[in-house]
Design a protein around this ligand. Structure first.
Ligand code: ACO
Length: 337
């Protein structure tokens, strides 16, 4: 049977490290609040005043992933680009990335599943691979949040959380009877919470997508009912974990490492406690990067491989995410072949 196997990973973080003290010069916040409530110490933002899109960050990450896989960009059959911060309203960032990679004709699909973007994107790659349509797929998660945040005190609940960054993985179709690659996926969405976390403007539903008056409402910045999302995460992440374990016929003992989305360290700590996981079985890096949304899980994956925290011949990992939409998802991946 056809299995979707990761051949290479790569990440790219912009050079500008922004500390909590740096944020305190822009808005009424402080290092203690941010660390206590979120776990975040630093995040990376694109250089101030420069024109850098998500596709630019994605390009650097993709070059590393391709090199790691030993692939040329020309070999790619398909690109899936997950982002909530595309370079422009349209076309998708995947098209910009494709041309920056120096290739033509390769189909490129953007998806907008926010923090769950990487898992949704991997599931799309997996479906194309299993159908036999494509063999070599580049899956990318990339975000430039920093140019879209309200950095005044009124936006502080959201602005302190987000970082820019990108990561990519090369996924290949492998014909094998072994249980390797993507072993199971569960995708979920509940649109009744859509307005609990969103950027409203520009909005095609309005007679004018954006104008001076609309800008005064601040609808061009993200808004979030943080407490609501927090509570949903505490319930849904364990739920979807149990569901995927049941679906794949596994138990938590079969999972070597949980790689969860990084929205808030407290969410991941509560999840760890609920599931009874030892520290060695869950990976967190929110302290360094903040929430990089669609880029978070592939950045973490690239780091755990680099740090030798997984055996790339045999480890089984669980990807887990929840975010705007509301969307949430889980995927079990086994290294090997
Ligand atoms: N600095 C200082 N004080 C702040 C800040 C800040 N940056 N932000 C908020 N506060 C204040 C509030 O004004 C409030 O003050 P008050 O008590 O005087 O009213 C107080 O701190 C507590 O605010 P809460 O919102 O209750 O703080 P909470 O502990 O809930 O933490 C947070 C807020 C971090 C946003 C949390 O709710 C959270 O992480 N929610 C989930 C986020 C998430 O998972 N998002 C999904 C992924 S993102 C995506 O999909 C794009």
């Amino acid at each position: 049977m056809k299995r979707s196997v990761i051949r290479g990973t790569g990440r790219f973080l912009p050079s500008r490290c922004v500390t909590n003290d740096d944020l305190a010069t822009m808005m009424d916040t402080n290092d203690e609040w941010i660390q206590q409530r979120t776990g975040i110490k630093t995040r990376y933002w694109i250089p101030e005043g420069e024109t850098v899109g998500s596709s630019d960050l994605a390009l650097e990450a993709s070059k590393k992933a391709l090199e790691n896989a030993g692939w040329q960009a020309e070999e790619l059959d398909f690109i899936v680009f997950a982002t909530l911060s595309p370079d422009v309203f349209f076309p998708g960032a995947g098209c910009f990335l494709q041309t920056k990679l120096g290739i033509t004709d390769t189909p490129a699909l953007d998806i907008r599943q926010q923090c769950t973007g990487f898992i949704y994107a991997m599931s799309i790659a997996d479906a194309y691979i299993q159908s036999g349509m494509y063999k070599k797929i580049l899956v990318v998660g990339a975000e430039v949040h920093s140019t879209g945040l309200d950095k005044s005190t009124s936006g502080r609940d959201v602005a302190v959380l987000f970082g820019d960054g990108a990561a990519a993985v090369c996924v290949e179709a492998v014909e094998t009877e072994n249980k390797v690659g993507i072993l199971g996926t569960i995708l979920k969405a509940d649109g009744k919470f859509a307005e609990k976390l969103m950027i409203e403007l520009p909005g095609s539903k309005y007679p004018e997508r954006i104008n001076e008056e609309m800008l005064k409402t601040g609808g061009q910045f993200p808004i979030m009912d943080g407490t609501r999302i927090f509570k949903l995460a505490l319930r849904k992440l364990p739920e979807v974990t149990r569901e995927i374990l049941e679906k794949t016929g596994m138990t938590l003992d079969d999972i070597d490492l949980v790689i969860p989305h990084q929205a808030n360290l407290r969410i991941n700590e509560a999840y760890q406690k609920t599931m009874g996981l030892p520290d060695s079985k869950i990976f967190n890096n929110i302290q360094k990067y903040g929430n990089t949304t669609a880029a978070t899980i592939p950045i973490a994956l690239d780091e755990v491989i680099e740090q030798g925290l997984v055996d790339t011949q045999s480890s089984t990992v669980l990807f887990l995410a929840l975010g705007a939409g509301l969307t949430w998802a889980a995927m079990i991946y086994r290294f090997g072949e």
